[in-house]
Design a protein around this ligand. Sequence first.
Ligand code: ATP
Length: 202
Amino acid sequence: MRFTRLKLTGFKSFVDPTDLIIAEGLTGVVGPNGCGKSNLLEALRWVMGETRAKAMRGSGMEDVIFAGASSRPARNFAEVALIIDNADRLAPAGFNDADSLEIVRRITRDVGSAYKANSKDVRARDVQMLFADASTGAHSPSLVRQGQISELINAKPTARRRILEEAAGISGLYQRRHEAELKLRGTETNLTRVDDVLEQLG
Ligand code: ATP
């Protein structure tokens, strides 16, 4: 899956609509301190389904919405769209069967986040799984935050293992296993209840 464009509106310092073309090969983002370079990477992580406000350097998820400046009022929503080249049809069948896939996440104050894939409503989980399976997800080791390298050096072996699993593209499988185990436990509880009822009837 190759990312081809990133569009931002009202996201952190990107209050005006911003359209970033991601050309083939290496892309460098340069600019003075505080101009928003890290905000761009955070936008990428956020549209892929990041749920931890801390990873967005905020205390709540609504902190990603433009908070206002001396000359401009705060915004009520933030939106990030990621356009992916899907010519090789690597996106799962549930998404779409077109040459390009557009994933949009929008957060509105007091309402929360909503996701769309090529204009159709989708669940956060579907978007998270799409990127986790492609090893590019919100927790992907290919997105390196400031300070992350020293965290990695000091990390416990279990935390390091999670990073390797994410890189290997199997973290989506763990999530599915967890969900399957929860379902299994629910079914076991239901069966016990059925046994109780049968006993009472018998
Ligand atoms: P550095 O090189 O110092 O790491 P950077 O180019 O990576 O800087 P960022 O950290 O991405 O810059 O951007 C920080 C800027 O974004 C700050 O000016 C901050 O005020 C602004 N900012 C962050 N969140 C919001 C928000 N919700 N509303 C408005 N501006 C915001």
